[in-house]
Design a protein around this ligand. Structure first.
Ligand code: BG6
Length: 804
């Protein structure tokens, strides 16, 4: 027999339930009627952003929320006189528009209501803020309301932030029980340090939860759909969203406008700070982060975002290509009253190659690109999948939703471009996606339209049911306290940690000049290989005065001569590196032929980087499988530290070639969780490893450099160890940071069959001249002690180091 339901046995149950439901409903209705008063203060109410988007966004908020129980007042404020401010506001409010489904008479009525609730006020001094506070309180009392909260929207330049924040904090906070939200617009700093300072300053006035930093791209419908899409399509994407399937990710924002009229801002920021550090980086984290179980928990999303930042590999100069549209410098000269000789180096175009060092994304290129004065306005994120299939049948028989030979891609189309509106597109041969049907609808593509090389009919295409402006969406999120669409302090600083080193390294970089618009042709096309990005086309003419009439490397031949009694090879840098790489390969091939293996000891620092890259890229005949790699010296930092020589080797060579991992011999500077402690005997351990594996401890080739003070390896002038004696490996001190080092000793270096010393750059000119004249004085100039006992020493110097 079935159990009798519990409530059937209690006749009073239904009565109680009815009363409870009634009370709850009544409670809800009452709460709706008295949801309190909200004051919204728009600072910078007469500015461009306010005019273009913010007033419209506030009107939309009023339309969406006013009928639901809240009452509102809107205060536009600026430094303009009351009269001018009022005049401006009247004009802007008159130009507001209603959604398409609101009939014109109703729209006029709503606009009228909104205008009644909006007033201009001059806000400058602390008295002005006190007066505002009083007015709000008086109004709330007069109308028998209670105050729900206040929103202060800072649409002002950042130098004004501190004063406004101080005034709000001291005289304009709402009373107990009511909330305060301050909305901040970028720029949030210029680099890590300035962002930290600004964050600390704001943090002294506001709680983190009170701050809403806007990145308006997070309000764009296609961007806001990335996480929900990933969540709702887990069953398809779980297996696909990773390095095994994804070929590359492109995050693109192209603009046709230029920076005219904004050069005073643009000169300080440039395209990377203006757009990549914020909009494109946010998108990158949404695509790359591990998906939280609950994508609507903003705390979980933030944690996953921060983890994504952690996994981003540091960018280097070679990870970027920069451009500047031709008219830019002239615009700057005109707008900022600069002399005719002024040339700006500010990039208005940038392409960046980023990588994530984690299991999901290892090796997948993430391309970020943005620029002004380009041929079209469009924004999108494109995830292109690998294609391993070969279709034996001819293309005319391929069926779009089945053929594995057609490209497979997912595109979050942010807007503009060929489509003209936001969309999510999924190749039909991937899967039919699921999107929230209330807000996204499947659409038919316009016939004849092609996107990313395929007719639109190749994709499932979804568009928003109601297209909305990003600012209206974000203003609604602020009102509803949906913090997930805003940038927290941690998030902001993580982004600056990522971008600042690259920005620093690009300060003196000359951008490629491009004509602007369709005339750019293929001038800005770029390509990547490994970690490097470069323009595809050689630049034919240099429009910015560069180094001028310096002859090209190919105009010169390699010069052979003697230096300190040993062979000297001198050339322009490119040729020199090519020659050295060839010589190393030839030595390696010979050693492997004779002994079955090749022991190569490499120096760190910046000079060999080009060599490593050369070896990594062009030397297919190199016997890497039989090569043992040793370190000449190491800094006493963990091996994963960017300062570690091993890191340089890893980044520029090891990750591109196939050396068996048991043939790689990093120096043991990090033992027992401490660095280069005598007691840990790291130097002895390394010496034993060398003795055990390298016949007679005689390396086949040692690559050295020479410092401006005559140091080589990590053997510095007056070093008490390593210049003579029995020890093969020693701990030393450097006069430069990091001070503690480990190094091969001179006696060990001098046992090598071949020693190559690479010296490059004008900075080395003086020491090159000096060392050419001195005898054997390793205490003063350790490099002068490099004299292989039975091996050969060869000097490789570029013309700048050798001829000055
Ligand atoms: C802003 C940048 O953040 O974004 C501008 O400061 C850029 O330089 C703008 O033009 C682009 O936004 P949207 O919404 O027009 O794509």
């Amino acid at each position: 027999m079935l159990a009798e339901p519990h409530f059937n046995r209690h006749p009073g149950f239904w009565k109680m339930l009815t009363v409870a439901v009634f009370m709850a409903l009544l409670g809800c209705l009452q709460a709706q009627e008295h949801q309190g008063h909200v004051s919204i203060i728009l600072l910078g109410a007469t500015g461009d952003l306010a005019k273009k988007y913010l007033w419209q966004g506030l009107f939309q908020l009023y339309l969406d929320e006013a009928g639901k129980g809240h009452s509102f007042s809107f205060h536009g404020s600026a430094l303009t006189t009351t009269e001018k401010g009022q005049e401006f506001m009247a004009k802007v409010l008159e130009s507001l528009s209603c959604p398409k489904d609101v009939a014109p008479p109703r729209c006029a009525e709503l606009k009228d209501q909104f205008q009644q609730l909006s007033q201009y006020r001059h806000l400058k001094t602390s008295e002005d803020y006190l007066a505002l506070n009083k007015d709000i309180e008086a109004r709330v009392q007069r109308e028998g309301l209670w105050e729900a909260g206040r929103i202060f929207y800072f649409s002002v330049p950042p130098f004004a932030y501190a004063d406004i924040a101080r005034n709000i904090n001291s005289s304009c906070r709402p009373g107990p029980g009511a909330w305060l939200r301050v909305v901040l617009e970028k720029p949030f700093g210029h680099d890590l340090l300035s962002a930290q300072q600004l964050a600390t300053e704001l943090g002294s006035f506001f709680q983190e939860e009170e701050m809403y930093r806007v990145d308006h791209y997070l309000g764009k419908q296609a961007v806001a759909q990335i996480l929900p899409f990933r969540d709702q399509n887990r069953k398809f994407l779980d297996g696909l969203w990773n390095r095994h399937y994804v070929e590359r990710v492109e995050i693109i924002m192209k603009e046709t406008v230029d920076a005219e009229g904004r050069t005073s801002f643009y000169e300080k920021y440039g395209v990377i700070r203006d757009v990549l550090q914020n909009h494109l980086t946010e998108i990158l984290t949404l695509v790359a982060m591990e998906l939280p179980h609950n994508v609507s928990s903003w705390e979980a999303v933030l944690q996953h975002k921060l983890q994504a930042f952690q996994a981003l590999r540091g960018l280097q100069k070679g990870s970027a290509v920069l451009g500047q549209y031709q008219a830019y410098s002239e615009q700057v000269r005109r707008e900022l009253q600069k002399p005719d000789s002024f040339h700006s180096l500010t990039p208005t175009f940038a392409g960046i190659l980023a990588h994530m060092d984690n299991l999901r994304w290892e090796g997948v290129p993430f391309i970020l690109m943005s620029g002004k004065a380009l041929d079209e306005r469009v924004g999108y994120v494109r995830i292109l999948f690998k294609n391993r299939a070969y279709c034996a049948q001819s293309e005319k028989h391929w069926v779009t939703d089945q053929s594995q030979c057609l490209p497979r891609q997912i595109i979050f189309y942010i807007g503009h471009g060929e489509l003209g509106s936001p969309a999510v597109l999924v190749s039909r041969n991937l899967f039919r996606p699921s999107l929230p049907s209330k807000s996204w609808k499947e659409v038919e593509g316009q016939p004849g339209l092609r996107l990313f090389g395929r007719p639109l009919s190749d994709y499932y295409v979804y568009s928003p049911v109601r297209e909305q402006d990003a600012y209206s969406i974000l203003i609604s999120h602020i009102f509803h306290r949906r913090k997930g669409s805003f940038i927290t302090t941690e998030n902001l600083l993580a982004s600056w940690v990522f971008w600042t080193p690259l920005l620093d390294s690009l300060v003196h970089e000359v951008p490629r000049i491009y004509p602007g618009g369709a005339e750019n042709g293929h001038l800005l096309d770029f390509e990547f290989s490994g970690n490097q990005l470069s323009f595809s086309q050689q630049q034919l003419e240099q429009l910015v005065p560069g180094p001028g009439s310096v002859p090209k490397p190919s105009d010169f031949q390699v010069l052979r001569a003697k230096y300190r009694e040993s062979p000297l090879i001198s050339a322009w840098p490119e040729e020199l590196i090519a020659k050295l790489a060839n010589d190393i390969e030839a030595t390696a091939v010979q050693a492997v032929r004779r002994f079955g293996k090749f022991h190569l000891a490499l120096s760190g620092g910046s000079s060999p980087i080009d060599l490593f890259q050369q070896l990594a890229m062009g030397h297919y005949g190199f016997p890497w499988a039989h090569t043992h790699l040793w370190l000449v010296d190491e800094r006493c930092v963990p091996l994963w530290d960017p300062e570690s020589n091993f890191q340089g080797l890893q980044a520029h060579l090891l990750q591109h070639v196939r050396v068996p991992y048991y043939n790689i011999h990093p120096m043991p500077v990090h033992l027992h969780q401490r660095l280069c402690a005598e007691e840990d005997q790291g130097a002895q351990i390394y010496a034993e490893e060398i003795s055990a594996l390298v016949t007679n401890s005689s390396f086949d080739l040692v690559l050295l450099g020479m410092g401006p003070d005559g140091h080589t390896a990590s053997l510095f002038p007056q070093s008490p160890t390593g210049l003579d004696g029995e020890q093969l490996v020693v701990l030393t001190k450097s006069p430069f940071r990091p001070y503690d080092r480990m190094s091969l000793s001179l006696p060990l270096i001098n046992r090598a069959r071949k020693v190559a010393v690479l010296v490059m750059g004008r900075m080395k000119r003086e020491i090159t001249t000096l060392v050419s004249r001195v005898g054997y004085e390793p205490k003063k100039w350790p490099i002068s002690g490099v004299l292989p006992a039975s091996g050969q020493l060869v000097w490789y110097m570029d013309y700048e180091a050798f001829l000055g």
